[in-house]
Design a protein. Structure first.
Length: 219
């Protein structure tokens, strides 16, 4: 089974958690795109979706699924999204696609967070994938210096702006053994909007697509 086939299988497995009449929170990225495509098969049974990025919203609308604003949708029963890295503790690194802040908001507003990954994203500890940090542009250098002080090597993501109009520093060289503490520490740097660690609010269910099927981890 190819990596893309694993992503498709795990995205379709997440449909089992979606109930009729729900508004579904949806993330961003290749696996989330497979989930959007799968969700289209049952679009008549759901009331709509809240998207974490403009790209996902456009894909949802392309399938004829109503995209709602989180402010009007209220608390969500479920949020489905992928990750760049995930541990057995259901701590995640996200933001490779640049939508980390909106993803974190929708996850926080959801009762259940279902994370869908293929087995290449499952790791013993976070850090091999550079940690994205969304930064207000005027604070870029200040934040970068603070991140260097934490032992990281921040690199500006070239020619990229988030949907919020901000820049991203991708932090290389971290071996993250204390994800909850580091998430808070980075968030407290003036000028940081959010960072890609999802540890204070981890996933509730981790579905992993493997060559032999889909496995499940729970908190």
């Amino acid at each position: 089974m190819t990596q893309d086939e694993m992503k498709k299988a795990v995205a379709e497995a997440a449909l089992e958690y979606v109930q009729s009449g729900w508004i579904v929170g949806i993330g961003t990225g290749s696996t989330a795109n497979h989930f959007i495509d799968a969700l289209a098969k049952m679009k008549s049974r759901i009331d709509g979706a809240v998207a974490s990025s403009e790209a996902s919203a456009e894909r949802l609308r392309g399938h004829g699924i109503e995209v709602m604003d989180l402010n009007s949708a209220g608390p969500l029963p479920i949020y489905v999204d992928g990750a760049d890295e995930a541990t057995k503790y259901l701590h995640l690194t996200k933001g490779g696609g640049g939508a980390l802040t909106r993803e974190k908001i929708v996850a926080a507003a959801s009762e259940t967070f279902i994370c869908v990954i293929d087995e290449t994203k499952q790791v013993d500890y976070l850090g091999a994938f550079p940690l994205p940090v969304e930064v207000i542009p005027m604070a870029r250098s200040h934040v970068a210096r603070a991140l260097v002080g934490m032992g990281g090597n921040p690199v500006l993501r070239e020619n990229f702006r988030t949907d919020n109009g901000n820049v991203i520093l991708d932090v290389h060289g971290l071996r993250i053994m204390n994800a909850v503490e580091l998430e808070s520490e980075i968030d407290h740097i003036a000028g940081v909007v959010s960072n890609g660690l999802f540890a204070r609010r981890p996933a509730d269910v981790l579905l992993v697509g493997t060559a032999t099927g889909v496995t499940k981890l729970t908190a």
